[in-house]
Design a protein. Structure first.
Ligand SMILES: Nc1ncnc2c1ncn2[C@@H]1O[C@H](COP(=O)(O)OP(=O)(O)OP(=O)(O)O)[C@@H](O)[C@H]1O
Length: 353
C-alpha cells in the first residue's frame, strides 16, 4: 500500500540526512507506528509520504504509484493528516472545519452535512451539541476528536498521524487511544502514526518501526515480538523496563488452551477423585462462585476470556491464588489458568510465536 524505497531527506545546511535511505512497507489496513527518540526523523518521514516535504532521493509509492508524480493537492485528498496541534480554524464552526475538504471537492450541502454528522458520531461527539461550536469552546480531547473527524472527511484510504494524542492529559489520552482502536476496527484505514511513547506504540500499532537517528530502522515487527525480543541494546534501552510485563497486555486469555473445569451446581458435591478436571462451584444460573475445598471460603480469582494475561496474573496476585477461573460475559466458567500454564504460554525470547 505504502512503500518507501531508499528514501533520503537532507535539509539544506545539515551535514547529516534527517532520513537516510529508508525503506519501509506498510500494508493496506494496518497501523504502523514510527517510534524513536526526539530528532530521529519520524515527522520528516511522515511528511515525505504526503509531500509536505520533498525527498532528496528515493521513491515513495502509494498503491504502486510514485507520489512525486501526483499533483500534491490530489495526493492529499487521498491522505488524511492529523497533528498534535490539531490546527482547527478558530473562526470556523466544528461543522465547517470538518466539512472543509468535502466542500472544496464540490459536494452538495446536504451530503456535507450528513458526512459531518456521521463523523461526529464516529468520534463520539453528539452532532446536535457540537456542530455549531467554535474550537475555543472545546476541550483539548474534543478538539483532537474534531481533528480526526476532519482528516477522515473525504474518506481517504491513508491516514498520517503525528503525535495525535501528545498534548493531552493521561486519562483522556487513554480514552482517545481506545476510541482510536474502536474506530480503526470499523474503518480499517492504512495508518502511519508517529509517537515517542512506547506504551502508545504497543497499544496502537499492528507493527512498530523503531527508529534510530537518520530514520534508520533498528527493528520493524509486531509489538509482541519487539517486547519479547528487542533486536539490540538500543531497542532494549529505548523500550525501558517492564517489557515482559507489558507484553502480557497483548495476549488475550481466550487465545490460550484453558484447563477444563467441571461446574458443580448447588446441592451437588464434586466427585471425590483427585485426578481429572478441577471442579468449580456455580450458582443455580451457572455463574462461578468459588473453588471447592479449603480455598472455597475465599473470593475466587476470575477473568473474562477477552481480558489479557496481564489481567489474569493480576487477578491471581490480588487473590493470592495460583489459579484463575476464566469466565464468559455472564460469569459462566470456560476453564481455568494456572500460574504455570501462563508461563508456559509465553513466547520464548527470540522465538517465532
Ligand atoms: N526544516 C528543517 N530544517 C533543518 N533541519 C530540520 C528541519 N526539520 C527537521 N530538521 C532536523 O531533522 C532531524 C529529524 O527531525 P524530525 O522532526 O523528523 O524528528 P522527529 O523524530 O520527528 O523528532 P521529535 O520526536 O522531536 O518531533 C532533526 O535533527 C531535526 O533537527
Amino acid at each position: 500500500m505504502i512503500r518507501l524505497d531508499k528514501v533520503s531527506k537532507r535539509y539544506p545546511g545539515q551535514d547529516r540526512a534527517a532520513v537516510d535511505r529508508l525503506s519501509l512497507d506498510v500494508r493496506a489496513g494496518e497501523t504502523v507506528v514510527l517510534l524513536g527518540p526526539s530528532g530521529c526523523g519520524k515527522t520528516t518521514t511522515l511528511r515525505l509520504i504526503n509531500r509536505l516535504i520533498e525527498p532528496t532521493e528515493g521513491r515513495i509509492l502509494l498503491d504502486g504509484e510514485d507520489v512525486t508524480r501526483v499533483n500534491p493537492d490530489r495526493l492529499r485528498r487521498r491522505i488524511g493528516y492529523v497533528i498534535q496541534q490539531v490546527g482547527l480554524f478558530p473562526h470556523m464552526t466544528v461543522a465547517d472545519n470538518i466539512g472543509l475538504i468535502p466542500r472544496t471537492l464540490g459536494w452538495d450541502k446536504r451530503r456535507v452535512r450528513e458526512r459531518v454528522d456521521h463523523l461526529l458520531d464516529l468520534v463520539g461527539l453528539d452532532p446536535a451539541a457540537f456542530r455549531r461550536r467554535y474550537p475555543k469552546e472545546l476541550s483539548g480531547g474534543q478538539q483532537q476528536r474534531i481533528g480526526v473527524a476532519r482528516a477522515l472527511a473525504a474518506d481517504p484510504p491513508v491516514m498520517l498521524m503525528d503525535e495525535p494524542f501528545g498534548a493531552i492529559d493521561p486519562i483522556t489520552r487513554e480514552r482517545l487511544q481506545s476510541e482510536f482502536l474502536g474506530i480503526q476496527a470499523k474503518i480499517r484505514k492504512t495508518i502511519v502514526l508517529v509517537t515517542h511513547d512506547v506504551a502508545e506504540a504497543v497499544r496502537l500499532g499492528d507493527r512498530i518501526a523503531v527508529f534510530t537517528e537518520g530514520a534508520r530502522i533498528a527493528q520493524y515487527d509486531t509489538p509482541a515480538r519487539i517486547l519479547a525480543a528487542p533486536a539490540d541494546e538500543f531497542v532494549a534501552s529505548f523500550l525501558g523496563d517492564g517489557t515482559a510485563i507489558r507484553g502480557l497486555r497483548l495476549a488475550p486469555v481466550g487465545t490460550l488452551a484453558l484447563d477444563p473445569v467441571v461446574p458443580v451446581p448447588p446441592g451437588q458435591e464434586p466427585s471425590a477423585s483427585g485426578s481429572g478436571p478441577r471442579a468449580v462451584r456455580v450458582d443455580a444460573e451457572g455463574r462461578v462462585l468459588r473453588w471447592p475445598g479449603p480455598d472455597g471460603a475465599r473470593d475466587l480469582a476470575r477473568v473474562r476470556a477477552d481480558q489479557t494475561l496481564y489481567d489474569a496474573l493480576d487477578a491471581m496476585l490480588r487473590a493470592r491464588q495460583d489459579t484463575v477461573a476464566v469466565v464468559d460475559e455472564s460469569d459462566r466458567p470456560l476453564g481455568a489458568l494456572t500460574w504455570a500454564s501462563v508461563l508456559r504460554s509465553l513466547p520464548a525470547p527470540g522465538g517465532a510465536s
